[in-house]
Design a protein around this ligand. Structure first.
Ligand SMILES: Cc1ncc(COP(=O)(O)O)c(C=O)c1O
Length: 393
């Protein structure tokens, strides 16, 4: 791999390992284990496996390794470890670096399952977690203490699209020796500036833009070789969060087109947000690259485009939102996003249902809020579908 390759070249070629057959398309090594020539060979491999030597698919697999190396090349990180899902990546990243008695500061605007790990799981293991409004740098500053081990945030929050100044938060974390763990799903691996902003561990749900076609769960943690091999690998390989080789292969095939897909979907999302803004049936249209977004300038600095997802708040609350969802003809009702098929989600009753009403109110997850993920269909068809469904309310 040439480090000077552009993103698209890396997405197609980085990390490729060819077998003795010289296959063009990446091979799926759908095998849990590997045969050793001799008992001595097995012993030696358990002591230290070489670059091209594998032991057991929970530890590593050639197809999974291709996916890890391609992601590391794309993100500009030294190394990566693939996981069974985005949540497995978040869990591994946090559980690998904190211990009982440690303190963690987290943004409060989190995806429901991320919140579960920080609010329920970590405290059960003696980790003290302080939540802050991620947009408020003074709040981060006040919460970070000398014993803070890690900070956690979603660069752009799900589903209210709050934008966090990751460079400033990483600086505050590093000043006390804490690690910055960044869930970068909404920023996408295409527009990511997490590494240059100072993130120590970058986490993706590969289920989103990386697969991008609604087929497989997957995740990945990226960072320095020391952190990935020293912390993430031992924890993940012994606790069973490995990515399936089949899913790694699907992700690899998807990466060929990821740049094209994400750019096309982001252009559509920008056009959709522009068309919906100010609509009489909406109280808000939230999209990071709309000038009306409260953190527009920061969002422009962090991301070359605004991403593939917007949120809208429908006048009339849950009833009106449900009427709108049920009237859509092209958008499907589901809970994933960043898919080639456009998807609408009602967070208050699905992805963020387990939050208390107070928590939802604090985060702006109102009964009328609908998350709109733009796919690869014709932009005009999507705008037409949204407009006719708004008329149907
Ligand atoms: C911000 C964020 N992090 C993590 C995840 C979890 O990903 P997965 O569903 O692949 O476990 C999601 C899923 O929606 C998410 O939105």
């Amino acid at each position: 791999m040439n480090k000077n390759w552009g993103k698209r070249t890396k997405l197609v070629h980085a990390g490729t390992r060819r077998s003795q057959y010289g296959e063009v398309s990446e091979a799926i090594f759908l095998t849990q284990g590997f045969v050793y020539e001799t008992a001595e060979d097995a012993e030696a491999r358990f002591i230290k496996a070489g670059e091209d030597e594998f032991i057991y698919a929970r530890y590593g697999n050639p197809t999974v390794r291709m996916f890890e190396e391609r992601m590391a090349a794309l993100e500009g990180c030294e190394d990566a470890f693939a996981t069974a899902s985005g949540m497995s990546a978040v869990n591994s990243a946090l559980m690998s670096i904190v211990s009982a008695g440690d303190h963690v500061v987290s943004s409060r605007a989190l995806f429901g399952s991320c919140l579960y790990i920080l609010e329920d799981v970590l405290p059960r293991f003696g980790v003290d977690v302080t939540f802050v409004d991620g947009r408020d740098l003074a709040a981060w500053k006040a919460a970070i203490r000398p014993d803070t081990k890690a900070v956690f945030l979603e660069t752009i929050s799900n589903p209210t699209l709050e934008v966090i100044d990751i460079a400033a938060v990483c600086d505050l974390a590093h000043a006390v020796g804490a690690l910055a763990v960044v869930d970068n799903v909404f920023a996408t691996p295409i527009y990511s500036r997490a590494l240059e902003s100072g993130a120590d561990l970058i986490v993706y749900s590969a289920t989103k833009h990386i697969d991008g076609q609604g087929r497989c769960l997957g995740g990945v943690v990226l960072g320095s070789r020391d952190l990935i091999r020293g912390k993430i690998e031992p924890f993940t390989k012994h606790t069973g969060g490995a990515l399936s080789p089949f899913n790694a292969w699907v992700m690899l095939k998807s990466m060929d087109t990821m740049d094209l897909r994400v750019r096309a979907q982001s252009a559509t999302a920008q056009a959709v947000a522009g068309a919906l803004e100010g609509h009489e049936k909406l109280t808000r249209t939230i999209y990071p690259h709309l000038p009306s977004h409260p953190q527009y300038a920061l969002a422009r600095k962090l991301m070359e485009e605004g991403g593939t997802v917007l949120s809208i708040d429908i006048r009339g609350g849950k009833d009106a939102a449900f009427k709108f969802l049920n009237a859509l003809e092209i958008f499907i009702i589901s809970n994933n996003f960043a898919d080639s098929k456009s998807i609408v989600t009602h967070p208050a009753t699905t992805t963020h249902q387990r939050l208390s009403e107070d928590q939802r109110a604090t985060l702006g997850i109102t009964p009328g809020l609908v998350r709109v993920s733009c796919g690869l269909e014709d932009t005009d068809d999507l705008i037409g579908d949204l407009m006719q469904a708004l008329q149907a309310i």
